[in-house]
Structures are given as C-alpha cells and as structure tokens.
Unconditional design. Structure first.
Ligand SMILES: Cc1cc2nc3c(=O)[nH]c(=O)nc-3n(C[C@H](O)[C@H](O)[C@H](O)COP(=O)(O)OP(=O)(O)OC[C@H]3O[C@@H](n4cnc5c(N)ncnc54)[C@H](O)[C@@H]3O)c2cc1C
Length: 403
C-alpha cells in the first residue's frame, strides 16, 4: 500500500503544535505545502480535552505581536486582557516592586486562557483557505519513527505508515519522538506542583494589574482575565500542601489565599479550582536530528514562575520557519546543514538565558536563609529605585531579546 507523504508532519497539536502549523502556512502561503498534524487526543472535537485547559497564559508583548501575523486581530483581542503593570512582592516582607508599562510601549503583555487560545488557533486553521493543505491524524498515536537523509517515516497506531520531508516534534515534555530518536534529556524536579484556579473579586483597586508573590512554599501569580473582576491563579506548592488545600472548603481556601496575598487585589468572592500540574524542568542539549526539530515543551519545559514557556516556544517556531524557508522554491521546505547548526546555537542561547532566569527566581525565592531574605528585599527595593535595571527586566519579560 502506498503511504501518504507530506512536506512536514507536526507531532503534537497542543498550543505549540497548532501555532507551528499556522506559522508554517502563513510563511509558505501559495507554495502548495502539504502538512500533517498528529495528536493522540481528539483535538478537533471541542472540549475533547486536547491538552489546552483553563490555565492562563501570560503572553509577552513580542509573542502577541507574532500572533497577530497568524490570527485575526479582533478575535485575539476579544480573548486577551492587557497587563498594564505587575506587582512583585514577597510574603512576610514589606518590600515590593512594580514593573509598569508606559504609554509609548503600550501594555506590558496580555493574558489569555490556554483553552481560548487553542480554540482560536484551531478555528483559524479550519476557516483558512489553506485548511485543505492539512491532514489531521487525531486521535492517533506515534508508535515508531525513523529518519534518514531522504525522508522521515512514521508509524501511527491507527493509520499505519506515513512519511515527510521534515518533522516538527511538539509532543510535550515526555516527547515520544525524543524517546524514539534516543536523544538525551536533562530533568530536574522542583518538589512543587502548580494549582490553577479562577477567582472572582470585588473592590479590585487596580484594573490590569498582575501580581507575582513569592511565598515560603513557592510562588503565586494572579493574572487579570478578560471577564471583569476575574483573575487566573497559579500557585506553586509542595504536593502535600496542595492536596491539603484542595480538601478545604471554598471559604477556607479563600481565607488561606487572603493570608498569603492580603487584600491587594480586592476581596475574593469565589474560587473555581482547575487542573494541577507536577512541576519539573526538561531540557534537550541537542534539540534536532536528521530532518527533525524539537520545539517548545518537547525540548524545554520550564517552571511557570516567570510565564515564559509558551513565549519561548513562539520564538522557536519563528526560528524554525526561517530555517525551513531556505529554498525559496515552490513546493519545498529545505534547510542547509550549516544553517541548522547556527539555528540550534541561537535557540540554545535564548533557552539557556530564559531557563537560568526562571530557575534563579524559583531557587532564590524558595530559600528562607535569613541573609538571602535580606538580599531579596534589597533587590526588590533596588529594582524599584533603579530605572535602568527595571527597564532591562521589563524588556526581558516582554519577550524582547537582543540578537
Ligand atoms: C500552570 C502553568 C502555567 C503556565 N503559564 C504560562 C504563561 O503564563 N506563559 C507562558 O508563556 N507559558 C506558560 N506555561 C507553559 C505553556 O503552557 C507551555 O509552554 C505551552 O502550552 C506549550 O506546550 P506544548 O504545546 O509544547 O506541549 P503540550 O501542551 O504538552 O502539548 C503536547 C501535545 O502533544 C500530544 N502528544 C504527546 N505525545 C504524543 C504522541 N506520542 N503522539 C501524538 N501526540 C502526542 C499531546 O496530546 C498534546 O496535545 C504554563 C505552564 C503551566 C503548567
């Protein structure tokens, strides 16, 4: 039986996979690309549980600008709430710092729920004139994969064998492609899980303000949502404490949150718990092999403290599209061997800096050693009174990188 051949197969249709498909179709418009997308979950049936969920994603400004090239502006703005400033503080200390956007640069970033963003990506793909260029293998699962100089061959659980010129592995932290390619991965546990929830508040004193609060047990973030007086909560806690928190009544949960947060974001009225995530970091020292690139969580999974995972993924996607756009000829994706090495070096630099900054925050603020606490307070106050440092940090978190 003849197998189907594609210019590229994208394994994994989470946020990174669907976003990669959009970016490829946009970049290679009118070049007759044939793409296949594979996911073990049924991503095309709404609410089928496709990996996207009620977790909120803080989009840096540069990510938001990239998304505007791929999805309709009005539809994106309908689901995203601008972040005008961020209060960073530490529980048990009076010190805090504010990262503010300014009129010239506009909002600091935007908040969307992962579910809304995934729906928008899938809708855009299905409505696009290029939707005929995509074959969906969903639900189906990758069970084998081989790659040589000519092509990549995949064996799928239900659909049998397919092949492609290039493969983009967007299949998440436990990437099956990575395992089949036998590429190494470095893993580190944080002994924390992330609890997500949606809270509603009254008397919110600052519209558009996000909060990052470092507590003894782990960081807590409140991100403003599109719906008035709603915030998305991400609270990183040791798993046992998280389990205890979940067993409490809603009123007791709200009380515990006020103990940690105070009333800086208003009075919490309701809380709706979402999914919880065990937190580990993963990093591939080599994120490519024969005709295959590893993107997003498949090659770097970060602690969510600084909200950088998807933002980093979008920079992976932009770089991958550029790499594959070498032939400038109709109907082809190609990369040059020398270019893939340079691509990888540039991506690894960005990933390393973002990982290190993220892990520094987790380690530094989860340590209760008294002199370190003092240094942290000085750091938070210093940030507040040192505009150049603050400006540099704000630009970093907005997703801008110097080349
Ligand atoms: C609590 C929390 C908060 C976060 N907040 C932020 C934030 O504010 N800002 C930010 O930038 N990032 C944030 N992130 C990170 C962000 O969610 C991820 O980086 C982003 O969703 C990219 O994920 P992905 O698509 O690479 O992987 P996944 O979402 O894991 O998707 C992988 C897909 O691959 C499929 N798959 C897996 N194996 C196979 C297989 N063998 N065959 C076929 N399909 C397969 C899965 O079904 C899934 O659909 C946060 C993460 C967490 C946990």
């Amino acid at each position: 039986m003849q197998k189907n051949h594609y210019h590229a197969v994208i394994v994994g249709a989470g946020l990174a996979g669907t976003c990669s498909v959009l970016a490829l179709l946009k970049q290679f418009t009118s070049r007759g690309l044939k793409l296949a997308v594979l996911d073990k979950q049924d991503v095309l049936t709404p609410q089928a549980g496709n990996g996207a969920d009620s977790r909120a994603i803080a989009l840096s400004k540069s990510t938001y600008q990239s998304l505007l090239n791929w999805v309709d502006h009005a539809k994106l703005s309908l689901i995203s709430e601008p972040i005008l400033d961020i209060e960073v503080s530490e529980a048990g200390s009076a010190a805090s710092s504010f990262l503010n956007s300014n009129k010239r640069e506009g909002p600091y970033g935007y908040v969307v729920t992962a579910a809304d963003l995934q729906t928008l990506f899938l809708q855009t793909l299905s409505e696009s004139a290029l939707s005929q260029s995509i074959t969906w293998y969903s639900p189906d699962e990758l069970i084998d994969y081989t790659a040589d100089e000519q092509e990549v061959e995949l064996t799928l659980n239900k659909s049998g064998r397919i092949s492609c010129d290039y493969l983009l592995a967007c299949d998440g932290s436990h990437s099956q492609v990575r395992q089949l390619a036998q590429l190494p991965v470095q893993t580190e546990g944080f002994d924390q899980s992330a609890l997500t929830a949606i809270i509603t508040v009254s008397d919110n004193p600052f519209s558009g303000r996000a909060y990052e609060r470092f507590c003894e047990t782990g960081p807590l973030a409140l991100l403003p949502l599109k719906q008035p007086d709603q915030f998305a909560l991400v609270w990183c806690l040791p798993p046992a404490q998280l389990a205890t928190f979940k067993q409490k009544s809603a009123a007791a949960q709200i009380n515990s949150l006020h103990t940690v947060l105070g009333y800086r974001a208003g009075r919490i009225r309701t809380i709706r718990l979402g999914a919880t995530y065990p937190l580990n970091s993963y990093w591939m020292p080599q994120a490519y092999c024969q005709r295959t690139l590893f993107l997003a969580n498949a090659c770097h999974t970060l602690h969510p403290v600084a909200g950088q995972g998807f933002n980093l993924a979008v920079r992976d996607i932009l770089a991958a599209c550029q790499l594959l756009d070498n032939s400038k000829s109709v109907n082809r994706l190609t990369w040059r061997a020398a270019d893939v090495v340079a691509y990888h070096q540039r991506r690894q630099q960005d990933i390393l800096v973002t990982r290190q900054a993220t892990e520094f925050l987790v380690r530094c603020f989860s340590n209760n050693y008294q002199p370190l606490r003092l240094l942290r307070n000085i750091g938070l106050c210093g940030l507040q009174i040192a505009p150049p440092l603050k400006q540099a940090m704000t630009h970093f978190a907005m997703g801008y990188r110097t080349k």
